[in-house]
Write a protein that binds this ligand. Sequence first.
Ligand SMILES: *[C@@H]1O[C@H](CO)[C@@H](O)[C@H](O)[C@H]1NC(C)=O
Ligand SMILES: *[C@@H]1O[C@H](CO)[C@@H](O)[C@H](O)[C@H]1NC(C)=O
Ligand SMILES: *[C@@H]1O[C@H](CO)[C@@H](O)[C@H](O)[C@H]1NC(C)=O
Length: 550
Amino acid sequence: MMKALGGVAIFILWLAVTDGIDPSQCIAPLGMESGTIKDEDITASSAFDSENVGPQHGRLRAELNGGAWCPGNPATPEATEYLEIDLRTVHVITAAGTQGRFGNGQGVEYAEFYMLDYWRPRLSKWMRYRNRNGKDVLQGNINTYLEAKENLDPPIMASKIRFLPFSYHRRTVCMRVELYGCRWTDGIVSYSMPQGDKRANSWEFYDVAYDGHWDGERLFYGLGQLTDSITAPDDFKVPYYDQAVESWIGWKNETREGPIEIVFEFDKVREFTSVVIHCNNQFMKDVSVFSKVKVLFSVGGKRYKGEPITYDYMEDRVFDNARNVSIKLHHRVGRFVKLQLYFGGKWMLISEVTFNSAVVSGNFTEEEDETESLQKDQITTADNNDGKNIVSAVNTPSGFGQYLGVVVGLLAVLAILMIAVVAFIVIQQRRYKSSPRPSQVPSGCDKAALYREPSIGRLPCNSDYADVRDPDYAVPLQPPQTPRTAPPLHNFLPKPPPVPLPPERYYAATEICNAGFIPPPPPLSTPPPVRIGRQPGRYMSNTTKTYVGP
Ligand SMILES: *[C@@H]1O[C@H](CO)[C@@H](O)[C@H](O)[C@H]1NC(C)=O
Ligand SMILES: *[C@@H]1O[C@H](CO)[C@@H](O)[C@H](O)[C@H]1NC(C)=O
Ligand SMILES: *[C@@H]1O[C@H](CO)[C@@H](O)[C@H](O)[C@H]1NC(C)=O
C-alpha cells in the first residue's frame, strides 16, 4: 500500500514538472546539416564568392560547390565577419559544432577560434556569449574535416545566432556549422523584476546571469537564473564557496516597500495551469518562504484585469530545506503574468520559476486603458466579470489542460485518501498498543521494530511467538475495562501495512493539505542539470541605460 502511495506521489510530481526544459534531453541538431533550417535563414556579413562559398554552404558536413562559407575578409581579433542563423523561434542552444572547408580535399581553410552572438525578441540587441568561466572565445577546428563540438554552459536562449570567426593573427577562414538544442517551449520571452539585494559584505543575491537591461534598480527585457532550469542548493552559502553551483536571488524586506513584483512576458497568449517557485527556507538565518503570492494576468501587459489569484503559504519553522511551491493558476489566460511575492520574513530567496502553460488560439484584445487609475487590488465587480468572461470563453476549446487538471485532481484526492487511511490505521494501532493489556504478549518482533514506539514495559521478544500472526487477535476478549480497543480493522486488512516514521508522514500529509505543495521528488527522478556558474561579466553595465521602450 505504501508503495502504491509512493507511486501516486511520484506520478503527481512527474505531471507537475513536465513543462520544464530538461537540459540533458535538449541536444538535437537544429537543422543546418539536415536542411530544416532553410537557405534564406542563413545569412552572412559577406562572402568571398557568394555563389560558391556563400552562407548557404555553411552547413555542417555539406560538400556543395565550394564546400563551406568563406567570408570576404580574413579573420582577425576584431571578429567582424559573421555567419547568421535565424531559428525563427526562441530555442535553447546547448552546443555548437564547427568544421572547416574540406572541399573534396582541396580546402585548407578552417577557423581555430570563434565567438557567438545571440539575439532574442525583446532583448532587441546582439549579446556576446560568455561561458561559465567568462570566456567568449570558443575553441574551433584543428583541421578542415573534423567537427569541433563545444558545449555551451550556460545554454543560450535565442532565436538568432551569429558565428564570428576569430583569429589572433590575420587568417583566411571558412566555416561549416551546426547548432544543438531544442525549442524553448516554456515560451518565456523575458522577465522583469527588481535586482536582488546584498547581505552583509559577503553575499550578493543578484541575478548574475541576467542578460537584459539593468537601470540600476530593475532588470528588464532579459532572461537569467530564474529560467535556467537549475535550482540552488538548500544552504544559500554554498554557491559562495563553489562557483559552479547556482546561487539564490533574494530581497530584503527592510529595503523594500510592499511585495516583490516579477513580470513574466510570454511569446503568445497562453493558458496557465500552475507555476512552481523554488524557495529557500533557512528560517534560522532569517530567510523564509513568502507568506503570500498574488498572481495577475494580462494580455496587453499594461493593465491586469480580473481578480488576482491569491495563494497563502503557511509558515514552516520545522524544516529548513529548500522547496518547490506549486500554485494552481486555474486555466487563467494571458501573455503577461505578474507575481507579487509578500515577505514571510526578513529575507526572501528564490532560484527558479517554472510555468505550466499551453498556447491558446483565438482573438485576444488588449485590456483597455479607460480606468487606468484603478489599482490592481481594488478591482470593481465589472472588471471581475470581464476577467471571468475571458477565461470561460477560452477554456472551452482546450480540453486537454482541463483533462490533465481533472486527472491530477483525482490523483491528489486519491493520495490524500490513502494518507488518511494510513494515518487512521497508525492512530488505531497506537491506541491499541498503548491501552493497558497486561495479559497480552507482544506481537512479532518485526512488527514491534517497525513501529519504533517507546519500548516501556515491552516484554522481550520470544521466538515462540515469531510465527504467530498477531496473536492479540486470537486472544479471547478482555472484560470491558478496555473499551477503547481498536475496531476490527484487521478483518479487511489482515496484515497492518508497514508504517513510516510518523514525523515525516505527518509533514507530507499536512503539506499536501496545504493547497498544492509539491513535496521534494526523490533524487533519482531528476537527471543532473547543466550547471551554470556565476558570471559577473554577463550583466549589462549601468552605462546602457538607453533602451527602446515597449
Ligand atoms: C516587512 O517590513 C514591514 C515594514 O518595513 C513590516 O511592517 C513587516 O512586518 C515586515 N514583514 C516581515 C515578514 O518581516
Ligand atoms: C481576429 O480579428 C480580426 C479582426 O479584428 C479578424 O480579421 C480575424 O479573422 C479574427 N481571427 C479569428 C481567428 O477570429
Ligand atoms: C524542484 O523542481 C525542480 C524541477 O522543476 C527540481 O529540479 C528540483 O530538484 C526540485 N527541488 C525540490 C527541493 O523539490
